[in-house]
Design a protein around this ligand. Structure first.
Ligand code: ZN
Ligand code: MN
Length: 486
């Protein structure tokens, strides 16, 4: 790689599958992994005379996303045909939105390190339908049209991202948002989200700046591939510029694919022709008019968005940005935490219980924290017990684990498992006196405060804990020891 001064410039196009029950323009069910071509009908097969009908839920999901992305929502939107031939597109055109997208001119705020955020402008959000899937097997290719006609949200950003990390952060934030809103499962393995970064560099030559030709990397279906492909393009474009001096011009944008095995991008199409998709208004669908009432109904389905929640957990509850990020990764966990705090538990303590014990269990069981079987109120109760010194921090973890099996409140479990700490000063004082009397030498060392006092103090603490079978509250014991041996 050469040592040219450069700035990376990336815009993203993202396609998201909507998790509606049925397809975008017909009643075929959306099920993943079923027999090929078992979820098809004349509409999604493009049979002559068949007529599409818009899926209302898909439209509402799309408007919801437009709102979440701070866009202007169009009160009037229409459908267009984007013509192209490909075997997985039986109609030979895709129903999409061309000049009147349903939302535009918004922004998304993405979380970066140490609580820093950045606003990335959104150009447009529109609805369209997905194509089917070609399956290549030896000398033949098969086509499965179960996916053809799936409601697809297309989101296009301005080229506001300037590092591979920012590109990845945007993709992940978008996943968090669609999941919070319940508009997509956003399961990468199932191809629910696909990314196409447009990448080029602004190179500083001292007396002037030049731009390298834009490369669009097609169809990336993992965060890692997205980040890696952008990283790779930086080096490749720098090398190409050093070698050829080629700069961005009209018509020299190219398309590349990602080779995951070799971790390189590969040229697909040189020169993007003046888009010859022959867009034309879709004659079979009526435009959509969104009135105040309908828009209001859709707005009422919105929730507090993940980044807002994360920032609130930091400002209102005093959590670290890292902890807040872990808790807001999914909505069920975030809501559960919020509920426990509102039930009166100390936020940091609840956070530790949930992230260090709860999420670990949820991971092992492959379920959400909210489905582990304990209530937010009981977690708050447990946190209060730990706070008040009735149980130690480690015992609280054990109790939380048991709360998933023993359907009882934390107090009852703590009693059953003998985990209640003795914090009664009078009772503990008697034990401490006994230990001091039995260990005159160590006690003397503590009183003298010399080199050996630390070790001697630890020894006496250990004796008290042993005597009380580990049930004494160490904080209280330490206070009593301090008072007696000062
Ligand atoms: Zn169909
Ligand atoms: Mn598209």
């Amino acid at each position: 790689m050469s040592d040219l001064k450069y700035k990376l410039v990336v815009g993203l196009e993202i396609h998201v599958h909507l998790c509606t029950k049925t397809k975008m323009f017909c009643g075929c069910g959306l099920e993943y992994g079923v027999t090929a071509n078992s979820r098809i009908c004349p509409v999604c097969l493009g049979m002559p005379g068949s007529l599409p009908v818009m899926n209302r839920q898909a439209y509402e999901f799309a408007v919801m996303m437009g709102l979440a992305l701070n866009c202007r929502i169009s009160r009037f939107t229409k459908w267009d045909r984007k013509n192209y031939y490909y075997p997985d597109l039986p109609k030979n055109y895709q129903i999409s939105q061309y000049d009147l997208p349903l939302a535009e001119k918004g922004y998304i705020e993405i979380p970066l390190e140490e609580g820093r955020t950045k606003k990335i402008r959104i150009i447009r959000v529109h609805l369209e339908e997905d194509a089917g899937k070609n399956i290549h097997a030896g000398a033949y290719s098969h086509v499965d049209l179960n996916r053809a006609g799936t409601g697809l949200l297309e989101i296009v950003t301005e080229p506001d991202m300037n590092s591979p990390v920012e590109v990845r952060a945007l993709a992940m934030e978008l996943q968090r948002i669609v999941r919070y809103l319940g508009v997509s499962e956003a399961d990468m393995q199932k191809g629910h989200m696909r990314f196409e970064p447009n990448v080029n560099l602004t190179i500083n030559l001292g007396d002037k700046e030049v731009k390298t030709p834009i490369v669009e990397v097609k169809n990336l279906n993992s965060f890692r591939a997205l980040e890696r492909s952008v990283e790779y393009e930086i080096g490749r474009q720098l090398d190409e510029f050093a070698e050829t001096g080629k700069v961005m011009e009209m018509g020299n944008k190219s398309t590349r694919g990602w080779d995951d095995v070799n971790q390189v991008t590969v040229l697909q199409r040189e020169k993007e022709e003046a888009h010859d998709y022959r867009y034309l208004p879709e004659p079979d669908l009526v435009p959509v008019e969104l009135d105040d009432q309908w828009l209001g109904d859709i707005k009422s389905g919105l929730c507090e968005l993940p980044l807002q929640k994360q920032m609130r957990f930091v400002s209102e509850y005093g959590l670290s940005d890292y902890d807040a990020g872990v808790l807001t990764a999914d909505r069920a966990t975030a809501d559960f935490f919020d509920e426990a705090v509102k039930a009166g538990g100390e936020p940091k303590r609840i956070c530790n219980l949930l992230t260090q014990v709860g999420l670990k269990m949820a991971n092992e069981k492959g379920c959400s924290l909210a489905d582990l079987g304990f209530s937010a109120a009981n977690v708050a109760e447990l946190a209060k017990m730990a706070e008040g010194g009735d149980v130690s921090a480690s015992a609280a973890g054990t109790i939380l684990e048991k709360m998933t099996e023993m359907k009882e409140n934390p107090q009852a479990i703590a009693e059953k498992l003998n985990l209640i700490q003795k914090s009664d000063a009078g009772e503990l004082e008697a034990v401490v006196d006994e230990i001091i009397a039995a260990n005159a030498e160590a006690s003397q060392q503590v009183r003298e405060g010399g080199k050996k006092s630390g070790k001697a103090r630890g020894f006496l603490m250990g004796q008290v804990m042993q005597k009380t079978k580990g049930q004494a509250n160490p904080k209280v014991v330490s206070e009593i020891l301090g008072k007696k041996l000062s």
